[in-house]
Design a protein. Structure first.
Lengths: 354, 354
DNA sequence: TTGAAAGCGTTACCAC
DNA sequence: GTGGTAACGCTTTCAA
């Protein structure tokens, strides 16, 4: 039923081998022959059989991108950027050359350790060409070990491992490249900004407890408080998930328990939006009555809330870089850390909270 | 290097065929043998070779999900829902049984016709088990024909085609199921609401010109105006892309050109956020000075802007349904249309604009 | 520059 | 219930 490479070969009066060579363009073929083959291909509307080709070549053109929450633009931006840069030069809107094109597989773990592992297995089963892990990792020794083991096996089978917005795996030489965010410095800078404006009672709505981003950002916040000699009241720190509902609930609790708060730092913009919603519900004006500061880079959200102080992470750039690295660009085994000044880049232009 | 099915067979002292049977569970195997095989599998840490299996079985377990913008939660919500429901019962957080598990491939077309086609080809190449097309389609005869042809070929090769939030393809019996949104009725209801509040000069920020969602929503808006006998000033309708920047620019133009506007309808929530941002920048209070009404279902965004009127689309439910249908649940060839009352469901509880 | 043919790792049909 | 063994469609030496 479906057209095979052999059909094309017959139609073009050449051998299957030649057709394969033309299609993969990795071998010299006479111009005339090539023409003939190409014509046959389009005449028969032939499409390579990915699985067969992957089996024979022992590698596929699938690239897995693991995200914690596909509905969160934080990941959407990174994933989109990575995907756009998986296939070298090309401007994003250009039609992709259908052949030998890498296909991004965005996998939504929902923050679940189990699903993270399962997806890695699924990608291993597909013999993925690369895997990009994005966002904060779960801080659990057992799970970390399991992930590391899985990644090691993947790498061993030829899959390129790239970390984006994820802390480096200590001494894991199977990681092709790491693009880690300096969350600690970013948070330090963010809280430092609020302190410099005179705020002293600052609430903090953190992310889920066992996440690296949660911990690092919170540590940065505390470092800033310490550096300014401000009190670090544990009652002002609340944990929750990285979503609006959580941010809103936390703000409600904070504002009830400590009405003297003048500012609230949110561990990410999604949470910040929830905090803003709660503030408005209570008739508080932002930033006159309450300053709210978010962390991520969600221009779509933050612009809508002029009161939001944002430390811009170069999300898109990081994702783009990760995509290119996954595609094989850059030196293997090289660990790259997004420098602090890049992480907070642009923040001066964005800071608007009072 | 990598462990193969043959290795497992040898280790378990059975034939490759038996191992395959155990793994696929589609054939009777003695309990004892099964045990032995399973033990061998875990002892050798064996992982099926997806491509090989897909080649032999002539179908893969990949399911493609095409979205227009992966950074837009509108699509993220649908894609996430679909993905979560690709593998029947299971609660979302449960570990997926690694074997024979469907893998969602989220493809970001960026709204580009060329990329849409290319991704379809890529999925065809992977012999995808199903393809879910989400969101508005591009209204271009040539492109539509090309897509239809592509889909027909995919279907012919056994790929299930599911449309989610996309208008039905007239008379295309190769479509497994269609979940279309009644955008026209939704928009009618939204603008009708503003009219019932007494607004007469209502701006409208539409989406990209050649998109079905754009047209349908705008038509609904106009129908509502006509029904209420309100003037339909073409100068009050501006087109742009479905993003914030566009919404903001359009609002700026509208507010400058027609200062007597009392309300603005945005074709989706992302645009609405841009409109809100511009309004604030001009010192306008919402909803006292200007009512802003959005269309999509982006709880994360709308809650933050209490002034926003939102017609809730059952996005998550639609996505979930699409996922299940793509996985084979439900009757084939069945066309399902989300009924209008479902589309506007919940809007009464959400409408808050003044 | 091109062709022949041996795999690649599963699946599924046919015997036993 | 289990084993043997052709496919499946492509890639890639090895020769010519």
């Amino acid at each position: 039923m479906t057209v095979t490479l052999a059909d094309v070969a017959a139609h073009a009066r050449v051998s299957p081998a030649t057709v394969s060579r033309v299609l993969n363009g990795n071998y010299p073929v006479a111009a005339a022959t090539r023409e003939r083959v190409l014509r046959a291909v389009s005449e028969l509307d032939y499409v390579v059989n990915g699985p067969a080709s992957a089996l024979a070549a022992a590698t596929s053109d699938l690239v897995g991108i693991l995200v914690n929450d596909i509905a969160d633009p934080f990941f959407g931006i990174m994933a989109g950027a990575a995907q756009a840069h998986l296939n070298t030069p090309s401007d994003a809107s250009a039609p992709i050359r259908t052949n030998a094109e890498r296909l991004a597989v965005v996998c939504n773990t929902g923050g679940s350790p189990a699903r993270e592992l399962t997806y890695l297995t699924l990608l291993q089963r597909q013999r993925a060409a690369a895997v990009i892990l994005t966002g904060g990792a779960i801080e659990d020794a057992e799970h970390s070990a399991a992930v590391a083991a899985k990644l090691a096996r993947l790498a061993e089978a030829g899959t390129r491992i790239v970390l984006c917005g994820r802390p480096a795996l200590g001494g894991a030489e199977f990681v092709h490249a790491t693009l880690s965010f300096d969350n600690r410095a970013g948070a330090r800078r963010l809280t430092g900004h609020l302190l410099s404006l005179g705020h002293r009672r600052i609430g903090y709505v953190a992310g889920p407890a066992e996440r690296t981003t949660t911990r690092h950002r919170l540590e940065g916040h505390r470092e800033a408080l310490a550096a300014a000699g401000a009190a670090d009241d544990p009652a002002l720190v609340l944990h929750g998930s990285y979503d609006r509902a959580s941010g809103r609930a936390a703000a409600a609790r904070l504002l009830s328990a400590a009405p003297d708060l003048t500012a609230i730092v949110a561990a990410n913009d999604t949470i910040a939006l929830g905090v803003c919603a709660e503030a408005r519900e209570r008739g508080l004006r932002i930033p006159e009555d309450l300053s709210v500061a978010g962390f991520d880079d969600l221009p779509s959200a933050t612009d809508a809330v002029p009161a939001l102080t944002t430390v811009r992470l170069p999300l898109y750039e990081a994702g783009a870089r990760a995509g290119a690295l996954a595609a094989g660009a850059g030196a293997a085994g090289h660990v790259e850390v997004v420098p602090a000044e890049l992480v907070v880049r642009g923040s001066t232009g964005v800071v608007r909270a009072g």
